[in-house]
Structures are given as C-alpha cells and as structure tokens.
Ligand binder design. Structure first.
Ligand code: GLA
Length: 341
C-alpha cells in the first residue's frame, strides 16, 4: 500500500500478490484505476478516469469512478418529503436533482481516516452538514475500499445522521474490460441478475411502474452483447439514448450477484455483487468526446456502469423500497467488483 499526494489530494494505491492494483483518490472517494492481468499477462486498466485530480474537476458531469451520495441518481423535480417535511433540492439535471447536485460528495475532498495494511484497505470519511445538499441532518459518512487476494474490490459504505434523511450511496466506475482506452463496449457480454426494470418517463425518472424485461431489448437475463439491441427502436432506449436503467434486484438486503460481464478479447470477467435493491445499468450515452488518462480518447459508449443503489426517485415512490435513514441509525451497504479470467 502506498500513499502519495497529487495536487493536494491523497491518493492511495492498493496492490495484491497477483499484481492487481486499485488507486483511490480522496477527491470524491474516487476509484482512479483498477489494473488486472489479462489472459496474455498484460496489465489492463479496466476503468475510465484521468491522470490527476484536476481531470475529475474538469469533467464533473461524468462522475468517473466517484462515490455518489447522499443520494445516487435522480429525484424527480428536485423535491422530496422526508418524515413529513418538504425539501427543495438543487435542479442540476433539467428539472431533476441528479447525484445530489453540485454539492454532492463526488467532488469533495474526503479525509483519509484509516489505512489498514493487513486488510489492504483504505477508509475515507466525509462530514456533510445539515442542508448542505438540501437534505436534512448532519451526516458523517465512511467509505472503505478493500482489495482482496481474489481480486475483488470491495466498497463498503456507512453513514449516520442526527435527523431522518436519505442514505443511498453508489460508486460510479465506468468499466471497459478490454481496457479503458479501447473504445466501444458493444461487443462485451453482460448478464444482469434481474427480470425487471423501473421504466423511465421522458424526464429520465422512473414512472413507478415495474416492467418485465422478457421479450424486450432490456433483457440481459442470459449473457448478451451489450451492443446487440442498444439501437433498437424501443421506448426506453429511445428516451435514454441507450441503457440508463434501473434493474430491480431480489437479494433481500444480502450481498448477492447483480451482474457479470466478460470481454472475450482480454478474457477479463467481472462479477459484481451488491446488497442494494437495484442496479443502474448505464452505457455511457452522455460521454462526450474528450481525453482521459494516458491520452486515451473517450467517447459515447466507451464504458458501462453498474451502479448499485435504491431505485431512483424511491423517496417519492411509496411502492419502491425506501432510502430513508432514521436519525441515529447506521446505514450499511456493500458492493463488490471481482475480476477473474
Ligand atoms: C447516471 C445517470 C446517467 C448520467 C450518469 C452521469 O448513470 O443515470 O443518466 O447522469 O449517471 O453522467
């Protein structure tokens, strides 16, 4: 484990005996890189990102690798009611609140609270004051990143607030299993452990309906090339310009597989686990052409995200499992991304 400081930001590198390596930046509690040896022994960096913290500040809208909170994804019309009181949030994505607005934790400097050599982990801490993001309660949050010997990156969240509030964290890593600089992910295969999505309205928020994926281009119940159906004429794909949808998970709050992805060219296989009720599958439809780390040319659909979370806008939809965190109680959640050949 090493710690360096780049642009006044602590950056921690975790390495295991296989040579697998994860770099975590204290700016946004962000995964900057995830290196893994492919079937030919070549180290591939399977997540998109930038060389230095300033790159993340220049390209905030993508949330590359970032921790997102207190609330991941959209809240319709930037309004919600928590324990009987109404809150106005920042409308930073048309009329909606996205990823907790511009004061979300994704671009804040977190404190490195603990480096644990034995566990190969780093714990970051952030304090979010009452109403800082529009949400009630002073909240202390922790995120622990652990790199295990079986090449899993474990991300564990904890949060506690002094008033009832929302707690709904995710990690926004953009995966490309051929390597971050290898272009479109259309040929990579994906399986999602879900038979249902929460379809979007034209405003990109779930309508509250639950829709079966069987017989639609949204169906990833068996491995399928991500690009196979992505341009089909289907209401949900037309609205979002590709996949940008929440799939409903059935894990009863226990850590379970949410998705698997595989790239035949490199042989790299991703197993993704969560204990959350949903996963946002996003195909980078909004990535605009720009330069990423090592001079890589990034563009639309050069990566996919598997963002574990409560169903988007759940705070306003009584049928969805609630992201409410009661005052004094502790929110826990875990997501694991494991690489193998
Ligand atoms: C999530 C959203 C997308 C987009 C990205 C960030 O995946 O669902 O619509 O906002 O974050 O660019």
């Amino acid at each position: 484990m090493t710690k360096e400081t780049i642009e006044q930001t602590d950056i921690i590198t975790l390495t295991n005996a296989n040579g697998t390596q994860v770099k975590v930046s204290a700016l946004g509690a962000t995964v900057m890189s995830f290196l893994f040896k492919d079937k030919d022994g070549i180290l591939r960096d399977v997540v998109l990102g930038y060389d230095a913290p300033s790159g993340y500040l220049e390209h905030k809208a993508g949330y590359f690798g970032a921790t997102v909170g207190r609330n991941a994804n959209r809240i319709a019309n930037a309004k919600c009611t928590i324990s009987g009181a109404a809150y106005e949030l920042e409308a930073n994505s048309d009329q909606n609140n996205l990823h907790s607005g511009t004061n979300g934790v994704s671009h804040k400097l977190w404190e490195v609270e603990k480096l644990d050599e034995a566990a190969n982990s780093v714990t970051l801490k952030f304090f979010s004051a009452h109403l800082e993001q529009g949400f009630p309660g002073n909240m202390t949050m922790h995120v622990t990143f652990t790199l295990t010997e079986d090449d899993s990156l474990k991300i564990a969240y904890e949060a506690v607030s002094d008033q009832d509030t929302i707690a709904n964290f995710t990690n926004h890593s953009y995966f490309n299993l051929a390597g971050h600089n290898s272009g479109c992910i259309g040929k990579q295969k994906l399986k999602i452990y879900s038979k249902e999505i929460t379809p979007l309205t034209a405003a990109l928020v779930p309508s509250g309906e639950i829709r079966q994926v069987a017989g639609t281009p949204m169906d990833f119940t068996e491995f399928k090339e991500i690009g196979r159906d992505i341009d089909k004429d289907y209401d949900q794909l037309n609205i979002a310009g590709g996949y940008d949808h929440n799939y409903v998970l059935d894990n009863n709050g226990r850590l379970a597989l949410m998705a698997e992805a595989v790239c035949e060219e490199t042989g790299i296989h991703l197993h993704a686990y969560t204990d959350c009720p949903g996963v946002q599958f996003y195909t980078g439809n909004f990535i605009s052409p720009h330069t990423g780390k090592d001079g890589a040319a990034y563009d639309k659909r050069h990566a996919f995200c598997l963002e574990s979370n409560y169903c988007p806008n759940a705070i306003n939809i009584p049928e969805f499992q609630s992201p409410l965190l009661k005052a004094g109680e502790t929110y826990h959640s875990e997501t694991v991304y494991r690489l193998s050949l």
